[in-house]
Every structure is written in C-alpha cells, then in structure tokens.
Design a binder for this molecule. Structure first.
Ligand SMILES: Cc1ncc(COP(=O)(O)O)c(C=O)c1O
Length: 374
C-alpha cells in the first residue's frame, strides 16, 4: 500500500449509505439485503464500509475468506456474515466459533462443520451453493438432492437455503438468466418436497436486484451498485447512484517541451509541437493500469488532459497545453469529479480493457484511504 500525501484516495461513506438506501427502494421491504464486502469491500476498506452499512441497517455481510469474517467479528460487527467462497475443512472450528455462516458445496466441509458445531454446542448455518449455470462454485443441479440427503444425517447443521450466482444478469438479453432462475426455482421446489424448510435462499447480484424483481427471493446480494457503479454501463440504472471512490494527486512538475521531444520509457510518444507537460505521482504501483499509457486522461482545472507516453511505476505524464495556469501543486483527478468534468470507473475500465470492479480493487488496495462522510 502506498502511503503518500501526494496521492489522495478518498472513500465517501455518505455516498455509500446513499447508494444503499437507493437499492433498498428497489426491493420489497420484506427482502433482506446482504452487502458484498469481499475483497476488502471491492477495495473500499472492509471495516469502514461494513460499519457504515451496519449502521444504515443492512441485514447481512458477505465476505470472501474466513480471515475477512474474523476481522468483522474482531471489530465487534455482529451482523450475520456469509463466507461466500465457503471454507476449508480445517477452518470449520474457527468459522463456527465466530458464528460465521458458510456457502456449502462439499460434503467433507459439511462433515467438519457439523463436528465443530457439535463440539461447541451449536448448529452451523450453511447456505447450499448450487451451480445453475455460472460454472464456478456449487453443486451441479443433478447432484443437489443427493447432496442435501447427505446433509440430513448431520445433526449440527442448519441449512438456511439454496444459493446460486448469475453469469450474465447484466446483459440486456435475459434468456440465459431466466434459464438459471428456472433451474434455481425448480431445485428449491424439489428440495422443499423433501421436507427442508429453506428459510433464506438467494441468487440476485446488483444487476438482478435492479432489473429482475423475480430474482429477489428472500435476500439480495449487491456489491458493485453499493459502490456507485452501474452493472451495465451502456444501460445506466434508474436509481441515482453516487460514486464512492475517487483518486487525485498533486502535480509534481510542469514544463514546456519543444517539438520532437520523447516522453517516458520506450519513447512511445514524441511531441508534434510545443507541449506543456505535467508530471503526476501516480503509476502502476498505485493500481493505475499501464494500459492507460497514451490512452487515458486525467482532469486538471476541470479539463481533460491526455496521458502522454507510458505510465511508469510511480509517475504519469499528461499534456496540459491549452489548459490555463497549470502549476506545480495543482490537483489532478484520476477518478472522480473535477468541476463539470467526470471520470468514472467505467471509463477507466474501458481504457484498460477491464471492468470497474477491477479498477476499484486495484486502486483501493494499492493506496492509503481517506474516509469522508463517516
Ligand atoms: C457470490 C456473489 N454474490 C454477489 C456478488 C455481487 O455481485 P455484484 O458486485 O455484481 O453486485 C458477487 C460478486 O462477485 C458474488 O461473487
């Protein structure tokens, strides 16, 4: 993590709360909400984000690893927490000890959880993960009933429900998503026919929360939209989301280069004319993609300044010719708003051939974070 006052990665927790409330309005009040805070809350910082959402009334938190779950407990956050990736058998005692709920798709883990829960005089809560078409974690549809039958013998497990994940809910064409939902509903009915209660089943990510009320079931699991990004950048949601993360830096040096000057490693850019250049202290060690070389832009004085040459480890050069009075110490915005101009995570993702999720994770984990709206 970079600790430098030249670079300012800000996380606006008031915007996070605003987004949470917007998403709440899209659901029936009876539907619970699990905030996905895995991967250090998509780079926004696990504990500050979890605390803010807990105070705002979120019902559940979803994390990736046992370690993240334990961090929440050490911070005295006592909301229900679901370990979305499940656990290893040897982690069972610690998961049960901290009352963490587990996404379950392996019999050996089920056995370990039941044993650990028995030893601790508890019942381990599990959400049986089924693979309805994501092709990632989960029990395949034809194996779900035998899997559930195997769980019935484990007295110290409490099956909360079936859960699954949608592969293309963000696309306008919902054909595949409807097939996944049909598979899920069929499995729920079949599981209930065996006498299981299944009080809390869930499948909806941000995209399904927004566009598919029939996918809400008992609980929705948004991540991206809480952090202010639309799941489908080409079809922005009705809800007014506010960006939570922004990145700015101070101009380190300004200079005027004559025509024919090369800029940065590899000499990939040569000035065709006189060029006013600003050197900025952000590079790929700050999670700012090298694919932005000669392609991305930053905002200075509310104007777009194009990146010239390659993004370096700690530095990036932008052309400020024609932007009046740019001087050393001025603020340059890499992500976020500057006067009437705005650089979204989706725009950055486009330059770097990725998705806004990766932009958040990369910038958020590489820089010291400053929180506002706490
Ligand atoms: C299992 C699971 N549920 C929900 C989500 C949240 O998805 P999104 O950020 O698109 O809302 C994720 C994120 O990857 C996930 O892995």
């Amino acid at each position: 993590m970079m600790i430098t006052t030249m670079v300012d990665l800000a996380v606006d927790l008031a915007a996070l709360e605003h987004n949470y409330r917007q998403l709440r309005r899209l659901c029936d009040p009876k539907v619970k909400m699990l905030a996905v805070v895995k991967a250090d809350a998509y780079g926004h910082g696990l504990l500050p984000v979890a605390r803010k959402l807990a105070a705002a009334g979120v019902n559940y938190l979803g994390v990736g690893s046992l370690e993240e779950g334990l961090m929440l407990r050490r911070a005295e956050i006592d909301l229900p927490v679901l370990l979305l990736l499940g656990i290893l058998p040897e982690e069972a005692a610690r998961a049960v000890g901290a009352d963490l709920e587990v996404a379950l798709f392996r019999q050996d883990v089920a056995q370990a959880l039941s044993e650990a829960a028995g030893n601790q005089g508890k019942r381990a809560r599990v959400h049986v993960k089924v693979d309805t078409g994501m092709g990632r974690l989960g029990v395949l549809p034809q194996e779900v009933l035998p899997f559930l039958a195997g769980l019935k013998k484990l007295r110290h497990l409490k099956v909360m429900g079936l859960i699954s994940h949608l592969a293309v809910a963000d696309q306008a064409d919902k054909t595949y998503t409807h097939k996944q939902l049909q598979e899920f509903t069929g499995l729920l009915a079949a599981a209930r026919d065996t006498g299981l209660q299944l009080p809390l089943s869930h499948i909806a990510n941000s995209a399904a929360l927004w566009e598919l009320p029939e996918a809400h079931f008992g609980l929705v699991r948004p991540g991206l939209m809480l952090y202010g990004s639309p799941p489908s950048p080409d079809r922005p949601p009705q809800a007014s989301l506010k960006p939570v993360m922004s990145l700015a830096a101070r101009v380190l040096q300004v200079k005027r280069l004559p025509p024919g000057s090369s800029i940065s490693y590899g000499c990939t850019y040569t000035t065709p004319d006189w060029c006013d250049l600003a050197v900025l202290p952000v590079g790929y060690c700050n999670g700012y993609s090298r694919l932005n070389s000669n392609r991305g832009e930053v905002l200075i004085h509310g104007r777009r300044a194009p990146i010239r040459g390659r993004v370096c480890m700690n530095l990036t050069m932008v052309e400020v010719t024609g932007i009046p009075e740019v001087k050393e110490g001025d603020r340059a915005v890499f992500l976020g708003r500057d006067r009437d101009e705005y650089l979204s995570a989706e725009e950055l993702a486009g330059w770097a051939q990725t998705i806004s999720y990766e932009v958040f994770c990369a910038l958020g984990t590489a820089n010291l974070k400053r929180y506002t709206g706490v």
